[in-house]
Structure formats: structure tokens, C-alpha cells
Design a protein. Structure first.
Length: 397
């Protein structure tokens, strides 16, 4: 009997469209002999839709409102370790149950969906889900907190400054002074909890720094400032596994015209091998394997696994590194707990096809579910028997 697999994508995020590309790309490669795939689209209003057109990338070209008119909104209801998809609005007569899902595979990017919020919802539903758990997802989205964990673990990260919108607006010049004193130019300014290069700018002087701060605050309430690596070479490496066991992929070197990859470079290019439209991260210009020494490759791959496990990640993540090509010094930049295209292109050189990669990710989700089922969430106590609020008024809620 096939496993009913719900592929969940979309959500309230600036990377909403990227999620659609990544998810439908993955859905096309899932082993249909093992899994019965149900695409589940999540709108920017957190509504869930299913239907024949939801799983077709062509259906999104005419606009989301038109697609939803041809699709069915559903509710997710927990059902003994599975999740039921019910017709919404609920039918007064007849059966409201449409599907029962065994495992959910969220392929989402950005705030509100990749940051632990959606993972917490899925965990509350009690259904197995692929990828990082709540804490790892939250840490992986917050660029400051992930750096704190990695630094505590002895891993190489650049020092940075963090500031909130209110504090910055109350004393912008004081913060700019602090950046100049503690970091110096050039610097990179980025929203603290976004990916896909959204909101990021490089500043070479005070005027550019001020502009970059204003720009970043359009996308987040907290902003991170760190030293820009001169002679920058970017190196990326994916990791597959969990806290018990994990392995690293091949390394890649993204190629960018301005040395900071833009949203357009990452997602809006056509790969030329899979038909019309964007191929997502798979279409990005890159050098695989990265043009680095064997010693540097070994360091990146070993450090990637350490960074992955330090955050207690699960499934597939991509860890991005920065190298100064002059000094050859290497730092961890950030982690993508649900990378674009699930970084499948980094596993193919290791002999792992996309279908196998997806299969192993689902297996890891089921393993975590079995492990958590062995934990007791009850503690025998008679504490309620002795509770009294001392009077008729106090005993009422």
C-alpha cells in the first residue's frame, strides 16, 4: 500500500513563488511507486487548497485567483498520527473527508513557513513531516541566533551587530558610528530572517550604509550588519541526515556578476534544459565541484556537517560559506534549512539521484516520528485532586 504524501508549499512569505517552483519540481521527482502524492498549496492568507490544477506549474501563470477558482479549499484535522483534509466549507449533507495524509513534506521558504511557525503547526497536528523540527527551523532562519550557536560550538563565523527598527530609528547616527568603530567598511547589511538575497546590500561608506539600513528594514524588524569579505568566493555545501548521522554533498561555487547573488540570478533564470520558465536554483550558474583545494573541500564538508548537527537539523539543508580568495580563510555564512530546489544538484555528483534524495528525506521524517513516539509525554500525578481556589467565586473560571 502506498504512503499518502502531502507536498505542502506556498505560504505568507516573500519567497512564496520560489516555494512553488521548488515544491512542484520535487513533486515531479518523487517515487510514485512508493508514494501517492497530494500537492497542497498554502495561500498568503494561510488557506490550504488541493486539486488537479494545484500540482501543475502552468496553472500558476494566469494568476493565483484563477487557480483557486478551479481548486478546493480544505481544512487539516489531526487523525491518530495522520491528518485528514476536509472539504471547506464543511458539507451539511454528504462526506466532507477528501484525503487522509500519512506524511507531510513542507517545501517552503522564508519567514512564517520555514522559521518554525509552520513546523509547530504540523507538530501540533501530530503528523510526521519532512525536514527540520521547530527549534532547528527557528534557529536556521534567524541569522544572529544561528551565529551565536555556531560560535558557541567553536565554528568559524564573522562577528556582527544586530539592531531593531525602534532602536535604530531613535538613534541612527549612533548605530552608524558603532558600525564604523567595531566593523569598518565595507559591510554587508541584511534582514535578520530572510533568504534568497532579499533585502541585502553592500555598503562602502556611511551614505551607502544608511541607505542599506533603510532598505533592509523594509523587509524585517531586525537587521544584521557584518564585515564584507573582500576577494569573496562563495562556497556552498549541502548536508543530508539528522543529529545521529549526517553526510555532506559535493561543494559548489556560485558564479555571480556582482559577487552578491541577487534574487533574480537565483530564481528567474532559465536553465534551458527543462522547458519554459525558471528551473529554480538548479538553473544558477555554478562551478561543481568548487574550485578549491582538497584540504579546503574537506574542511568545508566537515564544517557543514558540524554546523548542521549543532542546530539539530534533519532532512536536507544547504550551508553557505564565504572564502577570502586572497587569504584562503573560510567562514560559515548561513544555513538554508529548506534550500531552493532542495539542493539536489549538489547530490547528483555524489551518485545520489533526486528521487533517492527525496526518499531518504521522507525516511528521516518517519525515523524521527518513531523516535518521538518512544518518549513519554505523561507524568502520573494527582495534583488536580488537591487544587482549590478558596471559595465559590475563585473556583469559577
Amino acid at each position: 500500500m502506498k504512503i499518502k504524501l502531502g507536498v505542502l508549499f506556498g505560504g505568507k512569505s516573500v519567497e512564496h513563488e520560489v516555494s512553488i517552483i521548488s515544491a512542484l519540481q520535487a513533486a515531479a521527482s518523487i517515487n510514485r511507486e512508493k508514494y501517492d502524492v497530494v500537492p497542497i498549496y498554502m495561500t498568503k492568507k494561510n488557506e490550504f487548497y488541493i486539486g488537479e490544477e494545484i500540482g501543475k506549474i502552468e496553472s500558476y501563470r494566469d494568476g493565483i485567483p484563477q487557480l483557486l477558482k478551479k481548486s478546493q479549499q480544505v481544512l487539516m484535522i489531526p487523525a491518530n498520527g495522520r491528518v485528514e483534509l476536509l472539504h471547506y466549507p464543511l458539507k451539511k449533507l454528504g462526506k466532507s473527508l477528501i484525503e487522509t495524509i500519512d506524511v507531510l513534506f513542507p517545501i517552503v521558504h522564508g519567514t512564517n513557513v520555514e522559521d518554525g511557525a509552520l513546523q509547530g503547526y504540523l507538530k501540533t497536528l501530530g503528523v510526521p513531516f519532512v525536514g527540520c523540527d521547530v527549534l532547528a527551523s527557528a534557529l536556521g532562519m534567524d541569522k544572529y541566533m544561528m551565529k551565536c550557536v555556531w560560535k558557541a560550538a567553536g565554528l568559524p563565523v564573522l562577528d556582527c551587530l544586530r539592531v531593531g527598527y525602534k532602536a535604530y530609528m531613535e538613534a541612527p547616527e549612533a548605530f552608524l558610528d558603532k558600525v564604523e568603530k567595531e566593523i569598518g567598511y565595507p559591510v554587508i547589511v541584511k534582514p535578520i530572517d530572510l533568504g534568497s538575497s532579499v533585502g541585502i546590500r553592500k555598503a562602502l561608506d556611511r551614505a551607502e550604509l544608511s541607505d542599506a539600513m533603510d532598505y533592509a528594514f523594509q523587509f524585517a524588524h531586525k537587521v544584521l550588519v557584518e564585515r564584507a569579505v573582500e576577494h569573496l568566493k562563495e562556497i556552498n555545501c549541502s548536508v543530508l541526515g539528522d543529529f545521529d548521522e549526517a553526510q555532506a554533498s559535493e561543494c559548489e561555487e556560485p558564479v555571480s556578476s556582482d559577487r552578491i547573488l541577487t534574487y533574480e540570478e537565483k530564481y528567474l533564470k532559465k536553465g534551458g534544459s527543462k522547458g519554459e520558465g525558471s528551473d529554480g536554483m538548479a538553473s544558477l550558474s555554478r562551478i561543481i565541484p568548487a574550485n578549491i583545494s582538497e584540504e579546503e573541500r574537506a574542511f568545508v564538508r566537515e564544517t557543514a556537517v558540524k554546523a548542521f548537527q549543532a542546530l539539530d537539523c534533519c532532512g536536507v539543508s544547504r550551508i553557505d560559506f564565504m572564502m577570502d580568495s586572497a587569504t584562503r580563510e573560510i567562514w560559515i555564512n548561513e544555513i538554508n534549512t529548506i534550500p531552493g530546489s532542495l539542493a539536489f544538484y549538489l547530490w547528483e555528483p555524489m551518485g545520489v539521484k533526486y528521487t533517492e534524495l527525496l526518499d531518504r528525506m521522507i525516511d528521516l521524517a518517519l525515523k524521527r516520528d518513531r523516535d518521538q513516539a518512544e518518549i513519554s509525554y505523561a507524568f502520573d500525578t494527582n495534583i488536580l485532586a488537591g487544587v482549590s481556589f478558596g471559595g465559590a467565586k475563585g473556583s469559577k473560571l
